[in-house]
Design a binder for this molecule. Structure first.
Ligand code: HC3
Length: 432
Protein backbone atom coordinates (compact mmCIF):
# COMPACT_ATOMS: atom_id res chain seq x y z
CA UNK A 1 0.00 0.00 0.00
CA UNK A 2 1.62 3.33 -1.06
CA UNK A 3 2.05 6.33 1.23
CA UNK A 4 -0.80 8.76 1.89
CA UNK A 5 -1.40 11.06 -1.05
CA UNK A 6 -2.85 13.95 0.96
CA UNK A 7 -6.37 14.78 -0.19
CA UNK A 8 -8.80 14.79 2.69
CA UNK A 9 -6.41 13.71 5.46
CA UNK A 10 -5.84 16.49 8.00
CA UNK A 11 -2.11 17.32 8.32
CA UNK A 12 -1.89 16.15 11.92
CA UNK A 13 -3.45 12.77 10.93
CA UNK A 14 -1.20 11.94 7.95
CA UNK A 15 0.98 9.64 10.07
CA UNK A 16 -1.89 7.75 11.64
CA UNK A 17 -3.67 7.43 8.28
CA UNK A 18 -0.54 5.99 6.77
CA UNK A 19 -0.30 3.44 9.62
CA UNK A 20 -3.98 2.66 9.15
CA UNK A 21 -3.43 1.95 5.43
CA UNK A 22 -0.51 -0.31 6.28
CA UNK A 23 -2.59 -2.20 8.87
CA UNK A 24 -5.36 -2.76 6.28
CA UNK A 25 -2.94 -4.39 3.88
CA UNK A 26 -2.28 -7.13 6.41
CA UNK A 27 -5.57 -7.39 8.25
CA UNK A 28 -7.37 -10.65 8.94
CA UNK A 29 -10.80 -9.88 7.51
CA UNK A 30 -12.28 -8.65 10.77
CA UNK A 31 -13.28 -5.06 10.06
CA UNK A 32 -13.78 -4.37 13.76
CA UNK A 33 -10.09 -5.05 14.44
CA UNK A 34 -8.97 -2.02 12.41
CA UNK A 35 -7.73 0.91 14.47
CA UNK A 36 -8.54 4.07 12.54
CA UNK A 37 -7.62 7.71 13.25
CA UNK A 38 -10.20 10.02 14.83
CA UNK A 39 -11.06 12.01 11.69
CA UNK A 40 -12.47 8.89 9.99
CA UNK A 41 -14.54 7.62 12.94
CA UNK A 42 -18.29 7.79 12.75
CA UNK A 43 -20.48 8.48 15.78
CA UNK A 44 -23.09 6.13 14.34
CA UNK A 45 -23.28 2.41 15.06
CA UNK A 46 -23.92 -0.19 12.36
CA UNK A 47 -27.26 -1.12 13.99
CA UNK A 48 -28.58 2.21 12.69
CA UNK A 49 -27.87 1.24 9.07
CA UNK A 50 -30.99 -0.96 8.96
CA UNK A 51 -33.05 2.22 8.64
CA UNK A 52 -31.79 2.82 5.10
CA UNK A 53 -34.11 0.10 3.81
CA UNK A 54 -37.33 2.04 4.25
CA UNK A 55 -36.71 5.78 4.46
CA UNK A 56 -38.50 6.03 1.11
CA UNK A 57 -41.81 4.96 2.68
CA UNK A 58 -43.88 5.77 -0.43
CA UNK A 59 -41.85 3.31 -2.52
CA UNK A 60 -41.72 0.74 0.28
CA UNK A 61 -45.50 0.41 0.51
CA UNK A 62 -46.17 0.90 -3.25
CA UNK A 63 -46.23 -2.83 -4.23
CA UNK A 64 -49.13 -3.42 -1.82
CA UNK A 65 -51.32 -1.22 -4.06
CA UNK A 66 -50.65 -3.01 -7.34
CA UNK A 67 -52.95 -5.80 -8.60
CA UNK A 68 -50.74 -7.17 -11.37
CA UNK A 69 -48.06 -9.57 -10.01
CA UNK A 70 -45.44 -8.67 -12.65
CA UNK A 71 -45.91 -4.96 -11.97
CA UNK A 72 -45.75 -5.65 -8.24
CA UNK A 73 -42.41 -7.37 -8.76
CA UNK A 74 -41.29 -4.31 -10.75
CA UNK A 75 -42.32 -2.01 -7.90
CA UNK A 76 -40.28 -4.13 -5.50
CA UNK A 77 -37.30 -3.80 -7.84
CA UNK A 78 -37.84 -0.03 -8.09
CA UNK A 79 -38.01 0.34 -4.30
CA UNK A 80 -34.84 -1.72 -3.87
CA UNK A 81 -32.82 0.25 -6.44
CA UNK A 82 -33.95 3.42 -4.71
CA UNK A 83 -32.72 2.23 -1.31
CA UNK A 84 -29.17 1.83 -2.66
CA UNK A 85 -28.41 5.54 -2.61
CA UNK A 86 -29.33 5.72 1.07
CA UNK A 87 -27.56 2.48 1.96
CA UNK A 88 -24.28 3.14 0.18
CA UNK A 89 -23.92 6.87 -0.65
CA UNK A 90 -25.74 8.89 1.97
CA UNK A 91 -22.91 8.98 4.51
CA UNK A 92 -20.28 10.02 1.96
CA UNK A 93 -22.60 12.73 0.67
CA UNK A 94 -23.37 14.01 4.16
CA UNK A 95 -19.94 13.63 5.81
CA UNK A 96 -17.61 13.94 2.82
CA UNK A 97 -16.49 10.31 3.05
CA UNK A 98 -17.40 6.85 4.31
CA UNK A 99 -16.44 6.79 8.00
CA UNK A 100 -15.77 3.81 10.23
CA UNK A 101 -19.03 2.98 12.03
CA UNK A 102 -19.13 1.90 15.68
CA UNK A 103 -19.17 -1.89 16.11
CA UNK A 104 -22.40 -2.82 17.82
CA UNK A 105 -22.22 -4.80 21.05
CA UNK A 106 -24.38 -7.89 21.58
CA UNK A 107 -27.94 -6.83 22.36
CA UNK A 108 -27.55 -3.28 21.06
CA UNK A 109 -30.87 -1.95 19.80
CA UNK A 110 -31.96 0.74 17.40
CA UNK A 111 -35.70 1.43 17.51
CA UNK A 112 -37.69 4.04 15.66
CA UNK A 113 -40.65 4.76 13.43
CA UNK A 114 -41.53 6.76 10.36
CA UNK A 115 -44.88 8.44 10.89
CA UNK A 116 -46.29 9.95 7.73
CA UNK A 117 -49.21 9.82 5.29
CA UNK A 118 -48.64 6.05 4.97
CA UNK A 119 -49.29 5.50 8.66
CA UNK A 120 -46.64 4.16 10.96
CA UNK A 121 -43.68 2.14 9.68
CA UNK A 122 -41.81 0.65 12.65
CA UNK A 123 -38.13 -0.24 12.72
CA UNK A 124 -36.50 -2.71 15.09
CA UNK A 125 -32.78 -3.40 14.68
CA UNK A 126 -30.86 -5.63 17.08
CA UNK A 127 -27.29 -6.90 17.25
CA UNK A 128 -28.01 -10.61 17.53
CA UNK A 129 -24.42 -11.84 17.46
CA UNK A 130 -21.05 -10.33 18.33
CA UNK A 131 -18.73 -13.13 17.14
CA UNK A 132 -19.38 -13.10 14.22
CA UNK A 133 -21.01 -9.64 14.16
CA UNK A 134 -24.59 -9.92 12.86
CA UNK A 135 -27.33 -7.30 12.80
CA UNK A 136 -30.99 -8.33 12.38
CA UNK A 137 -33.83 -5.96 11.54
CA UNK A 138 -37.55 -5.88 10.94
CA UNK A 139 -39.51 -3.05 9.35
CA UNK A 140 -43.31 -3.27 9.46
CA UNK A 141 -46.18 -1.17 8.21
CA UNK A 142 -49.41 -2.70 9.58
CA UNK A 143 -51.71 -0.34 7.69
CA UNK A 144 -50.33 -1.50 4.32
CA UNK A 145 -49.58 -5.04 5.55
CA UNK A 146 -45.96 -5.12 4.48
CA UNK A 147 -42.87 -6.31 6.34
CA UNK A 148 -39.18 -6.45 5.53
CA UNK A 149 -36.95 -8.53 7.74
CA UNK A 150 -33.40 -9.64 7.37
CA UNK A 151 -29.96 -9.94 8.88
CA UNK A 152 -26.43 -9.41 7.73
CA UNK A 153 -22.82 -9.84 8.64
CA UNK A 154 -19.75 -8.84 6.64
CA UNK A 155 -16.68 -10.72 5.56
CA UNK A 156 -13.81 -8.51 4.44
CA UNK A 157 -10.62 -9.16 2.53
CA UNK A 158 -7.85 -7.04 1.11
CA UNK A 159 -6.64 -6.97 -2.47
CA UNK A 160 -5.67 -3.47 -3.68
CA UNK A 161 -8.43 -2.21 -1.39
CA UNK A 162 -11.01 -3.45 1.15
CA UNK A 163 -13.54 -5.86 -0.36
CA UNK A 164 -16.63 -6.73 1.67
CA UNK A 165 -18.98 -9.66 1.12
CA UNK A 166 -22.31 -9.39 2.85
CA UNK A 167 -23.58 -12.58 4.43
CA UNK A 168 -27.31 -12.80 4.99
CA UNK A 169 -30.45 -11.85 3.11
CA UNK A 170 -33.72 -9.93 3.39
CA UNK A 171 -37.31 -11.17 3.08
CA UNK A 172 -40.13 -8.88 2.03
CA UNK A 173 -43.63 -10.11 2.79
CA UNK A 174 -46.75 -8.34 1.57
CA UNK A 175 -50.41 -8.92 0.75
CA UNK A 176 -51.62 -8.00 -2.74
CA UNK A 177 -54.75 -5.78 -2.81
CA UNK A 178 -57.82 -7.65 -1.54
CA UNK A 179 -55.88 -10.83 -0.80
CA UNK A 180 -55.18 -12.63 2.44
CA UNK A 181 -52.46 -14.78 0.93
CA UNK A 182 -49.02 -13.35 1.59
CA UNK A 183 -46.32 -13.26 -1.04
CA UNK A 184 -42.62 -13.20 -0.28
CA UNK A 185 -39.56 -11.75 -2.00
CA UNK A 186 -36.09 -13.02 -1.16
CA UNK A 187 -33.44 -10.35 -1.61
CA UNK A 188 -29.70 -11.04 -1.74
CA UNK A 189 -27.12 -8.49 -0.65
CA UNK A 190 -24.42 -6.85 -2.79
CA UNK A 191 -20.67 -7.21 -2.48
CA UNK A 192 -18.90 -3.90 -2.07
CA UNK A 193 -15.44 -2.42 -2.06
CA UNK A 194 -13.97 0.78 -0.73
CA UNK A 195 -12.53 3.26 -3.22
CA UNK A 196 -10.29 6.32 -2.70
CA UNK A 197 -8.74 5.05 0.53
CA UNK A 198 -5.34 6.48 -0.31
CA UNK A 199 -6.73 10.03 -0.40
CA UNK A 200 -8.39 9.67 3.01
CA UNK A 201 -11.88 10.12 1.61
CA UNK A 202 -13.14 6.55 1.16
CA UNK A 203 -16.44 5.78 -0.54
CA UNK A 204 -18.32 2.58 -1.33
CA UNK A 205 -18.75 0.98 -4.75
CA UNK A 206 -20.95 -2.02 -5.37
CA UNK A 207 -19.84 -5.09 -7.26
CA UNK A 208 -21.18 -8.28 -8.83
CA UNK A 209 -24.96 -8.70 -8.69
CA UNK A 210 -27.98 -9.29 -6.51
CA UNK A 211 -31.25 -11.12 -7.02
CA UNK A 212 -34.84 -10.69 -5.96
CA UNK A 213 -36.92 -13.85 -6.32
CA UNK A 214 -40.61 -13.90 -5.53
CA UNK A 215 -43.06 -16.59 -4.45
CA UNK A 216 -45.19 -15.35 -7.38
CA UNK A 217 -42.56 -16.67 -9.79
CA UNK A 218 -40.53 -13.63 -10.84
CA UNK A 219 -36.79 -13.11 -10.76
CA UNK A 220 -34.94 -9.80 -10.89
CA UNK A 221 -31.21 -9.48 -11.27
CA UNK A 222 -29.26 -6.28 -10.79
CA UNK A 223 -25.70 -6.22 -12.17
CA UNK A 224 -23.39 -3.57 -10.76
CA UNK A 225 -20.49 -2.26 -12.76
CA UNK A 226 -19.17 0.72 -10.79
CA UNK A 227 -17.75 3.35 -13.10
CA UNK A 228 -19.21 2.19 -16.42
CA UNK A 229 -16.81 1.35 -19.25
CA UNK A 230 -18.94 3.17 -21.79
CA UNK A 231 -20.50 5.99 -19.83
CA UNK A 232 -17.63 6.50 -17.38
CA UNK A 233 -20.30 7.20 -14.78
CA UNK A 234 -20.12 5.91 -11.22
CA UNK A 235 -22.61 3.45 -9.67
CA UNK A 236 -23.88 2.11 -12.98
CA UNK A 237 -26.10 -0.92 -13.17
CA UNK A 238 -28.37 -2.91 -15.45
CA UNK A 239 -31.38 -4.86 -14.18
CA UNK A 240 -33.73 -7.42 -15.70
CA UNK A 241 -36.98 -8.92 -14.50
CA UNK A 242 -38.26 -12.18 -15.94
CA UNK A 243 -40.64 -15.03 -15.16
CA UNK A 244 -39.12 -18.18 -13.61
CA UNK A 245 -38.87 -20.75 -16.40
CA UNK A 246 -38.12 -18.21 -19.13
CA UNK A 247 -34.75 -16.49 -19.29
CA UNK A 248 -33.09 -13.16 -18.67
CA UNK A 249 -33.07 -12.61 -22.44
CA UNK A 250 -36.89 -12.71 -22.37
CA UNK A 251 -37.20 -10.10 -19.66
CA UNK A 252 -40.58 -8.48 -19.13
CA UNK A 253 -38.96 -5.37 -17.67
CA UNK A 254 -35.46 -3.94 -17.49
CA UNK A 255 -33.70 -0.93 -16.02
CA UNK A 256 -30.36 0.79 -16.41
CA UNK A 257 -28.50 3.90 -15.36
CA UNK A 258 -26.93 5.05 -12.11
CA UNK A 259 -28.52 3.88 -8.89
CA UNK A 260 -27.22 6.98 -7.12
CA UNK A 261 -28.38 9.46 -9.74
CA UNK A 262 -30.82 8.64 -12.55
CA UNK A 263 -32.04 5.39 -14.00
CA UNK A 264 -34.65 4.34 -16.53
CA UNK A 265 -37.26 1.63 -16.19
CA UNK A 266 -38.26 -0.09 -19.43
CA UNK A 267 -40.81 -2.55 -20.68
CA UNK A 268 -39.04 -5.45 -22.41
CA UNK A 269 -35.33 -5.78 -22.78
CA UNK A 270 -32.44 -4.76 -25.03
CA UNK A 271 -32.99 -2.77 -28.24
CA UNK A 272 -36.74 -3.48 -28.34
CA UNK A 273 -37.29 -2.11 -24.83
CA UNK A 274 -39.84 0.70 -24.38
CA UNK A 275 -39.03 3.39 -21.83
CA UNK A 276 -41.53 3.63 -18.95
CA UNK A 277 -40.01 6.32 -16.79
CA UNK A 278 -36.72 7.84 -15.65
CA UNK A 279 -36.18 7.96 -11.96
CA UNK A 280 -33.97 10.12 -9.73
CA UNK A 281 -33.51 8.60 -6.26
CA UNK A 282 -32.27 12.00 -5.01
CA UNK A 283 -35.72 13.48 -5.70
CA UNK A 284 -37.59 10.94 -3.59
CA UNK A 285 -38.99 12.40 -0.40
CA UNK A 286 -37.48 10.60 2.56
CA UNK A 287 -39.50 10.25 5.74
CA UNK A 288 -37.94 11.35 9.02
CA UNK A 289 -37.18 8.52 11.39
CA UNK A 290 -38.50 9.26 14.87
CA UNK A 291 -36.22 7.95 17.59
CA UNK A 292 -36.87 8.39 21.33
CA UNK A 293 -34.88 11.17 23.01
CA UNK A 294 -31.77 10.04 24.91
CA UNK A 295 -33.64 10.60 28.17
CA UNK A 296 -36.37 8.17 27.10
CA UNK A 297 -34.10 5.49 25.62
CA UNK A 298 -33.28 2.21 27.30
CA UNK A 299 -29.59 1.73 28.13
CA UNK A 300 -29.36 -0.89 25.35
CA UNK A 301 -30.50 1.58 22.72
CA UNK A 302 -27.64 2.53 20.48
CA UNK A 303 -27.50 6.30 20.75
CA UNK A 304 -27.84 6.21 24.53
CA UNK A 305 -25.26 3.43 24.93
CA UNK A 306 -22.67 5.17 22.72
CA UNK A 307 -23.42 8.74 23.90
CA UNK A 308 -20.08 9.22 25.74
CA UNK A 309 -18.10 7.70 22.89
CA UNK A 310 -19.92 9.79 20.28
CA UNK A 311 -19.33 13.00 22.25
CA UNK A 312 -15.62 12.15 22.61
CA UNK A 313 -15.30 11.46 18.86
CA UNK A 314 -16.91 14.82 18.12
CA UNK A 315 -14.41 16.50 20.43
CA UNK A 316 -11.54 14.55 18.81
CA UNK A 317 -10.53 13.30 22.27
CA UNK A 318 -9.10 9.86 21.45
CA UNK A 319 -8.18 9.08 25.07
CA UNK A 320 -11.78 9.55 26.11
CA UNK A 321 -12.95 7.55 23.07
CA UNK A 322 -10.85 4.56 24.04
CA UNK A 323 -11.75 4.97 27.75
CA UNK A 324 -15.49 4.83 27.07
CA UNK A 325 -15.18 2.07 24.46
CA UNK A 326 -13.14 -0.04 26.85
CA UNK A 327 -15.77 0.44 29.50
CA UNK A 328 -18.42 -1.08 27.24
CA UNK A 329 -16.13 -3.83 25.98
CA UNK A 330 -14.98 -4.87 29.44
CA UNK A 331 -18.53 -4.91 30.77
CA UNK A 332 -19.56 -7.01 27.78
CA UNK A 333 -16.72 -9.45 28.43
CA UNK A 334 -17.82 -9.78 32.04
CA UNK A 335 -21.39 -10.50 30.93
CA UNK A 336 -20.26 -13.20 28.50
CA UNK A 337 -18.18 -14.79 31.26
CA UNK A 338 -21.17 -14.74 33.63
CA UNK A 339 -23.37 -16.39 30.97
CA UNK A 340 -20.76 -19.07 30.40
CA UNK A 341 -20.47 -19.73 34.14
CA UNK A 342 -24.24 -19.95 34.48
CA UNK A 343 -24.52 -22.05 31.28
CA UNK A 344 -27.06 -19.80 29.65
CA UNK A 345 -27.26 -17.79 26.47
CA UNK A 346 -27.83 -14.09 25.96
CA UNK A 347 -31.53 -13.48 25.32
CA UNK A 348 -32.33 -11.58 22.12
CA UNK A 349 -35.26 -9.21 22.58
CA UNK A 350 -36.89 -9.31 19.13
CA UNK A 351 -35.31 -12.15 17.14
CA UNK A 352 -35.01 -15.95 17.34
CA UNK A 353 -33.61 -18.73 15.20
CA UNK A 354 -35.80 -19.62 12.22
CA UNK A 355 -38.17 -22.53 12.74
CA UNK A 356 -37.92 -24.71 9.58
CA UNK A 357 -41.58 -25.72 9.99
CA UNK A 358 -42.91 -22.15 9.72
CA UNK A 359 -44.71 -21.24 6.51
CA UNK A 360 -42.25 -18.43 5.90
CA UNK A 361 -39.30 -20.86 6.11
CA UNK A 362 -40.93 -23.32 3.71
CA UNK A 363 -41.40 -20.47 1.21
CA UNK A 364 -37.88 -19.25 1.91
CA UNK A 365 -36.39 -22.68 1.14
CA UNK A 366 -38.27 -22.78 -2.18
CA UNK A 367 -36.92 -19.33 -3.08
CA UNK A 368 -33.39 -20.39 -2.14
CA UNK A 369 -33.78 -23.27 -4.63
CA UNK A 370 -34.88 -20.85 -7.36
CA UNK A 371 -31.70 -18.84 -6.80
CA UNK A 372 -29.52 -21.94 -6.70
CA UNK A 373 -31.08 -23.19 -9.95
CA UNK A 374 -30.15 -19.95 -11.69
CA UNK A 375 -26.63 -21.30 -11.51
CA UNK A 376 -25.10 -17.83 -11.37
CA UNK A 377 -24.63 -17.67 -7.70
CA UNK A 378 -22.06 -18.44 -5.13
CA UNK A 379 -24.02 -16.39 -2.63
CA UNK A 380 -23.72 -16.63 1.11
CA UNK A 381 -27.29 -15.64 1.80
CA UNK A 382 -27.77 -18.67 4.01
CA UNK A 383 -24.58 -19.67 5.75
CA UNK A 384 -25.78 -20.26 9.33
CA UNK A 385 -22.25 -21.06 10.50
CA UNK A 386 -21.14 -17.57 9.42
CA UNK A 387 -24.08 -15.68 10.93
CA UNK A 388 -24.57 -17.64 14.17
CA UNK A 389 -27.79 -19.05 12.71
CA UNK A 390 -30.73 -17.94 10.58
CA UNK A 391 -32.45 -15.02 12.30
CA UNK A 392 -36.14 -14.16 12.14
CA UNK A 393 -38.34 -11.60 13.82
CA UNK A 394 -40.15 -13.28 16.71
CA UNK A 395 -43.69 -11.85 17.12
CA UNK A 396 -44.15 -13.56 20.46
CA UNK A 397 -40.99 -12.08 21.94
CA UNK A 398 -41.68 -8.68 20.42
CA UNK A 399 -45.15 -8.58 22.03
CA UNK A 400 -43.47 -9.00 25.42
CA UNK A 401 -40.60 -6.60 24.78
CA UNK A 402 -40.72 -3.80 27.31
CA UNK A 403 -38.22 -1.40 28.80
CA UNK A 404 -35.96 -2.19 30.56
CA UNK A 405 -35.10 -4.71 27.86
CA UNK A 406 -32.52 -6.55 29.98
CA UNK A 407 -32.18 -6.96 33.71
CA UNK A 408 -28.41 -6.37 33.42
CA UNK A 409 -29.25 -2.72 32.75
CA UNK A 410 -26.42 -0.23 33.04
CA UNK A 411 -23.97 -2.90 34.19
CA UNK A 412 -23.89 -4.23 30.64
CA UNK A 413 -22.25 -1.00 29.58
CA UNK A 414 -19.86 -0.57 32.46
CA UNK A 415 -21.96 1.88 34.46
CA UNK A 416 -23.28 1.25 37.95
CA UNK A 417 -26.99 1.45 38.58
CA UNK A 418 -26.51 4.69 40.54
CA UNK A 419 -25.05 6.31 37.42
CA UNK A 420 -21.39 6.20 38.57
CA UNK A 421 -18.79 4.55 36.33
CA UNK A 422 -17.47 1.10 37.04
CA UNK A 423 -13.64 1.07 36.99
CA UNK A 424 -11.99 0.17 33.70
CA UNK A 425 -9.99 -2.92 34.50
CA UNK A 426 -8.23 -3.51 31.18
CA UNK A 427 -7.85 -0.69 28.72
CA UNK A 428 -7.67 -2.69 25.53
CA UNK A 429 -9.87 -1.69 22.69
CA UNK A 430 -9.96 -3.01 19.19
CA UNK A 431 -12.26 -0.34 17.92
CA UNK A 432 -11.31 3.06 16.82
C1 HC3 B 1 -18.28 -1.97 5.03
C2 HC3 B 1 -18.85 -0.94 5.99
C3 HC3 B 1 -19.60 -1.64 7.12
C4 HC3 B 1 -20.85 -2.36 6.59
C5 HC3 B 1 -21.81 -1.41 5.85
C6 HC3 B 1 -23.10 -2.14 5.32
C7 HC3 B 1 -22.71 -3.37 4.48
C8 HC3 B 1 -23.95 -2.58 6.52
C9 HC3 B 1 -25.34 -3.06 6.15
C10 HC3 B 1 -26.08 -1.97 5.39
O1 HC3 B 1 -27.37 -2.42 5.04
C11 HC3 B 1 -25.31 -1.60 4.14
C12 HC3 B 1 -23.90 -1.21 4.47
C13 HC3 B 1 -23.40 -0.07 3.96
C14 HC3 B 1 -22.01 0.37 4.13
C15 HC3 B 1 -21.08 -0.69 4.73
C16 HC3 B 1 -19.86 0.02 5.34
C17 HC3 B 1 -19.00 0.85 4.44
C18 HC3 B 1 -17.67 1.01 5.19
C19 HC3 B 1 -17.77 0.08 6.42
C20 HC3 B 1 -16.38 -0.42 6.85
C21 HC3 B 1 -16.44 -1.24 8.14
C22 HC3 B 1 -15.51 0.81 7.16
C23 HC3 B 1 -14.08 0.64 6.78
C24 HC3 B 1 -13.26 1.79 7.34
C25 HC3 B 1 -13.03 2.95 6.39
C26 HC3 B 1 -12.26 4.00 7.15
C27 HC3 B 1 -12.26 2.51 5.21
O2 HC3 B 1 -14.22 3.55 5.96
Amino acid sequence: MPEVEGGAVPNQSKGSWSSFLKSIASFNGDLSSLTAPAFILSTQSLVEFSAYWAENTSLFIAPTQERDPAKRALLVLKWLINTLKQQYCSRSEKLGSEKKPLNPFLGELFLGSWDDEFGQTRLVSEQVSHHPPVTAYCITNDKYRIRLQGYNGQKASFSRTIHVKQIGHALLTLYPPGSNTPETYLITLPALHIENLIYGAPFVELGKFIHIVSSTGYVSKIDFSGRGWLSGKKNTFTANLWKVGSSEKDSIYSADGQWSDAFTLKEGEGKKAKEITTFRPGEIKLAKLNVASLGEQDVFESRKAWAHVARSIEKGDMDAVSHFKSRIENAQRALRKKEQDEKREWQRVFFSQANPKDELEITFQKLVKVITNLGTNSWEGVAPEKTAGVWRYDERKAAQANKPFHQEGLLALGDNADGTSAPVSRVTTNQG
